[in-house]
Design a protein around this ligand. Structure first.
Ligand SMILES: Cc1ncc(COP(=O)(O)O)c(C=O)c1O
Length: 485
């Protein structure tokens, strides 16, 4: 008998369960249990009353930061308020309890919802058709570039088109997606206005060009007014134009990317359409295409056939990129959000998003430099630079940390990479003037501290449950131990 079997057992073997069976009735000799499953020491479970547990977790939850309690100026992440009613609707049993393999005839309502959502998104983006199956912005990008690849391969089996052009201001997922699809990526620099350097584009518009991936507005929060020319140059060279539509709350209802010349775009439903971004999922990145790429859409797509809705595959489909039909709950939220806003409400969203960002930019531009300061108007987000503050030894990181003391989430830092000491602020459309004014006051006070009390910033945050962390260590070795302190 091993040492382990000699140890006192920590449970009562003779206690009978509700069927009158005790552990000692079960005919498994202890010696046959794997040693690794035997308890060797008492489990130190805390003895706490329910009230203590409730207080513990309530206090913990109050240390958390959430959009329900405070403002998130997190650029590029669109951490806006999403109406709670849409969560409730997505949780209705008729939606949340459907088995993905159920007969289509038994879930016609859900298919109708998907069909209508496809039409709404095609309409808002100015495209011919939409597939809802892709489950993240980056997966939508991958689907888009795979469609471009399939298109060129179908045009000519000896196609040499293996280059995708991407501006240097792009979100990191763009080059990653193009590279995953087997393309070689060429970066196009931005000019002094933050627009794409069109001369470099022209130099690369040749027989190797498969396409270009553009974000509109760019991650600098700027609208590139050469966009129609860019699409024409790429098309004349035989390439296709991919639009990263993740920043759609800047333009929906104001313009249509299909009308500007884009062939395929993806949309982040989990930024613009009522599912929070930044929570690590679930997400949804539908792809919308024009006639050129219609047949290549990833499956399945919902079609209506004399009032019956059914899943179909397009003739040249790039296939499925995930299991079943996409993240259905996110689709329900998006559908409800669009229906609630209607065609009057959708343009209001983008007007407010752009107005709020411009309000912040104008109130703060004398205190903080703007990344590309010769642009008088930004779109839904504004990129400041802590260039000026750096002269007093204060970095963008210090400013972001000090904002925590004032009760705000940090803005996005050091992105886009082409702006030194970038602080990227996206107020979103859902914040009131009152909230923006308080945030602006905090930023102005911090600008003053940078000049007169910079030490305060180096040690910030001072008022949070934990102060400055070794962030790489905290991410790699999180300390999640129980503590009653
Ligand atoms: C401009 C842009 N493109 C692509 C993405 C990628 O989306 P996801 O995180 O869902 O993969 C994001 C995410 O915020 C984004 O802001």
């Amino acid at each position: 008998m091993s040492e382990y079997n000699k140890m006192p057992l920590l449970m009562d073997l003779s206690r009978k369960d509700k069927f009158g069976v005790s552990l000692s009735d079960i005919d498994v000799p202890l010696s046959e249990l794997p040693e690794s499953s035997l308890l060797r020491e008492d489990i130190q479970l805390p003895e706490l009353s329910q009230l203590d547990v409730v207080r513990y977790f309530t206090n913990l939850s109050q240390m958390n930061y959430s959009i329900d309690t405070q403002f998130y100026p997190l650029g590029s992440c669109t951490m806006k308020y999403n109406p709670k009613i849409n969560d409730q609707l997505a949780s209705l049993k008729g939606f949340s309890n459907i088995h993905p393999l159920i007969e289509e005839s038994l879930v016609q309502g859900s298919l109708e919802l998907m069909f209508n959502l496809q039409s709404y998104l095609s309409n808002i983006s100015g495209m011919t058709a939409t597939s809802l199956s892709t489950m993240a912005g980056a997966q939508g990008e991958l689907a888009g570039v795979l469609m471009i690849k399939a298109f060129h391969e179908k045009q000519s089996t000896s196609s040499k088109r293996n280059v995708i052009l991407i501006p240097d201001s792009a979100h990191g997922t763009n080059p990653a997606s193009a590279s995953m699809a087997g393309f070689s990526v060429k970066s196009i620099p931005s000019d002094q206005n933050g627009n794409m350097d069109i001369d470099v584009l022209k130099e690369n518009a040749n027989e190797n060009l498969a396409g270009i991936m553009l974000t509109l507005p760019s991650t600098l929060g700027l609208f590139d007014n050469q966009i129609v020319d860019i699409c024409n140059i790429v098309h004349e060279a035989g390439g296709l134009v991919y639009g990263d539509g993740a920043n759609m709350n800047a333009w929906m209802g104001q313009t249509k990317l299909g009308d500007l010349g884009f062939d395929v775009i993806h949309i982040n439903l989990h930024k613009t359409f009522s599912t929070p971004h930044g929570g690590g999922g679930p997400g949804s990145g539908p792809v919308c295409v024009n006639d050129t790429l219609l047949n290549y859409l990833p499956g399945p797509v919902v079609q209506r056939n004399s009032n019956v809705y059914e899943f179909v595959e397009m003739p040249d489909t790039i296939g499925h990129l995930g299991a079943f039909h996409g993240n259905f709950g996110v689709l329900v939220r998006a559908y409800c959000y669009i229906r609630a806003l209607g065609k009057e409400g959708i343009p209001e969203v983008s007007k407010n998003a752009v107005m709020n960002a411009n309000y912040i930019m104008n109130k703060l531009k004398h205190a903080y430099d703007i990344g590309f300061d010769n642009r008088s108007i930004c779109m839904h987000e504004v990129v400041f630079t802590a260039r000026k503050q750096k002269q007093n030894g204060v970095k963008g990181l210090d400013i972001a940390k000090r904002l925590l003391d004032y009760g705000y989430h940090a803005p996005t830092m050091y992105f886009p990479l082409i702006v030194d000491e970038a602080l990227m602020v996206e107020p979103t459309e859902s914040e009131s003037k009152n909230t923006l004014d308080k945030f602006i006051d905090a930023m102005l006070q911090i600008a003053d501290e940078c000049e007169n009390n910079s030490e305060l910033l180096h040690e910030a945050p001072h008022n949070t449950p934990v102060q400055r962390l070794d962030e790489a260590l905290a991410a790699r070795q999180p300390n999640l131990k129980w503590s009653t302190k």
